[in-house]
Design a protein around this ligand. Sequence first.
Ligand SMILES: [Zn+2]
Length: 64
Amino acid sequence: MKHSLLDILCCPVCKGDLEVTIAAEEKGEILEGELFCARCHTHYPIHDGIPDLLPREPERDTEA
Ligand SMILES: [Zn+2]
């Protein structure tokens, strides 16, 4: 995901601002890391450049 996306994205739960922690970055794109909402204390992982902004769900056994 691009850095500019951070201006657009907000927490799907409370619509608060998200803080980003970058673990891996390439060509200005965030590949691995984490988004964190300080308002409702929810973490959202970033994998393969795609932010997972789905509200937390119960663990599932099946993987896509
Ligand atoms: Zn939130």
